[in-house]
Design a binder for this molecule. Sequence first.
Ligand code: DGL
Length: 270
Amino acid sequence: MAVGIFDSGLGGLTVLDAVAARHPELPLVYLGDNKHTPYGVRDAEDIFNLTCAGVSRLWDEGCDLVILACNTASAAALKRMQETWLPADKRVLGVFVPMIEALTERRWGDNSPPREVAVKHVALFATPATVASRAFQRELAFRAIGVDVEAQPCGGVVDAIEQGDEILAEALVTSHVEALLRRMPHPEAAILGCTHYPLVQAAFQKALGPDVKVYSQPQLVAESLGDYLQRRPEFLGQGGQSRFLTTGNPERVSGKATQFLRYPIRFESS
Ligand code: DGL
């Protein structure tokens, strides 16, 4: 009954962590494509091919349901995967919609027309590929009107995290936030639209100031997975064992994962 969680690298561990806390009985198989990280500077074709390869690997582990714990893959590849590639007995869920539903005060599956919501000025921080896709604005426009979104591509942050360089990651976050605040001085809410960013969430909050509500995805995704599995339990696959897999160097990745999550994690080679 395992569920798969996929990311280009370490970021999806933030989602895994929240899912494991909320569903402690559920076996989870994590795959980080650390060999090819970062995805955020790749083109859509490349992201599609790498994401399909990763998801297929998780099917081999008995995970019929895979969470793309990667905004870049969710933005650049998920729609095409669902339309052209996904077999009927498998499911791939992205991480965008739960966050947008929270921002727009909607419950799952509320497909009513877009309406005015409390938040009017939103700062979006994401990878260059996610920002270029405009997927966030598209999903938001289905649900809300009158929301001004200012997006900041946060070049370098994923790389710094993958290298384990927290000081560089935090410095980059500060300068990306400052760049955005020059264009939108008073956002009410900020979206961390990359699953790596909760690992440096404190730096975002500090640079944004205490009045900006920072939405981060992991808890929202964990809650919506619970909803989904109640409605569609048939997508709990055959896999029975939790594992951490990487396309990169398992020792190195285990070290960085342990550094960021502050508990021991042992990766195996995928
Ligand atoms: N964690 C991925 C995301 O949510 C990072 C993408 C990357 O590898 O650049 O977008």
